[in-house]
Design a protein around this ligand. Structure first.
Ligand code: BDR
Ligand code: CA
Length: 327
């Protein structure tokens, strides 16, 4: 199986990534590191353990950074952005976890793991703010050559989702995102909003997952229904509410990074480019800049996914959940 570590800030889409990863027979999720993001670090870690316990998966969890590198907290209340991160809610209903975290912290774990030759094939998937990885790279710059491949959910080439310019993960910790992209990691794939918004999942997908019936599949259905309801409620109060009727579909960002590990055909349009993150802009803080100018003076440092196939995405999720049903 394909080995990887997930660095995440477990809200509902990170949780679906965990459920799909632990269910899929061709994936080996060797560890999870948690980071402040969708909710506070303790809440993220609790959500992570709830998701793992829900499916009875034993994956070691290492807690990481509880705040961004330089920014103490969020300029807007987190609850506004993250109504979908309460796993106690009746609609999600993941019971209080019995599993516990490891004694080692996430930064030490990442450094020790990647400095060890036995991890030469372990991909790193990051679906939260990049604080843990930035701290690990600062502590041990050789990690840039040791991590074989880094797949990041973050950024937007078009509009952001927190501001017109910035996507949530890069906006929470722009300095960390910039440091990671500048570190020279060998192979970097960025999955921005352009890709995730091009392949939203629907209420019909929830019915398919419910019919499969395993805890991973039904848990995903509950999380996805909750996401769709939350998005609809947000659209209903939008000041531009008249522009479109609320959709019964939602982008499910983070699991796309996991799907890509087994299904490179997931992304139907990609660009190789020199990418940076804005750390000073008044209106553009956290913006991902994708320099596609032919005369860009810097060589590409990432592959950026711009479009995804919803059919391939569905195929991956079904394969993960169905194989669990047969086991
Ligand atoms: C990203 O922000 C988080 O809220 C999601 O979990 C995802 O990682 C999307 O902008
Ligand atoms: Ca996330």
């Amino acid at each position: 199986p394909f080995r990887f570590i997930l660095d995440c800030d477990t809200g509902s889409d990170d949780a679906i990534a965990i459920l799909a990863a632990t269910a899929h027979p061709d994936l080996d999720l060797v560890a999870i590191t948690t980071v402040n993001g969708n909710v506070s670090l303790d809440h993220v870690t609790d959500n992570t353990l709830r998701a793992l316990d829900h499916v009875g998966a034993r994956v070691p969890v290492y807690a990481g950074a509880d705040r961004p590198l330089k920014r103490p907290d969020f300029p807007i209340p987190r609850a506004i952005l993250n109504a979908d991160s309460d796993f106690q809610a009746e609609s999600i209903d993941f019971p209080k976890p019995v599993s516990t975290i490891e004694a080692t912290g996430a930064i030490d774990f990442l450094v020790e793991t990647y400095m060890d030759d036995s991890s030469a094939d372990v991909t790193l998937v990051a679906t939260g703010p990049l604080t843990n990885l930035a701290l690990a790279l600062a502590a041990e710059p050789r990690l840039a050559e040791r991590i074989p491949r880094l797949v990041i959910m973050g950024g937007a080439h078009g509009n952001g989702n927190v501001t017109a310019a910035a996507e949530f993960n890069f906006w929470v910790d722009p300095e960390a995102a910039e440091a990671v992209l500048a570190a020279g990691v060998r192979e970097v794939v960025i999955v921005p909003l352009d890709a995730t918004h091009s392949a939203p999942l629907t209420l019909a997908d929830c019915d398919v997952f419910d019919a499969i019936g395993t805890p991973a599949a039904t848990g995903t259905a509950r999380l996805l229904r909750h996401r769709i309801a939350t998005d609809r409620a947000a659209q209903a109060v939008s000041i531009h509410g008249s522009q479109a009727s609320p959709r019964a579909a939602s982008p499910v960002h983070d699991p796309m990074c996991v799907a890509f590990l087994l299904r490179p055909d997931l992304f139907t349009e990609c660009v190789e480019a020199f990418v940076t993150v804005e750390t000073a802009g008044e209106r553009t803080l956290g913006e991902l800049l994708v320099d596609t100018r032919p005369w860009c003076p810097h060589p590409p440092n990432a592959t950026v996914a711009l479009r995804a196939s919803v059919e391939v995405y569905r195929d991956f999720l079904r394969a993960a959940f169905v194989s669990g049903a047969e086991a």
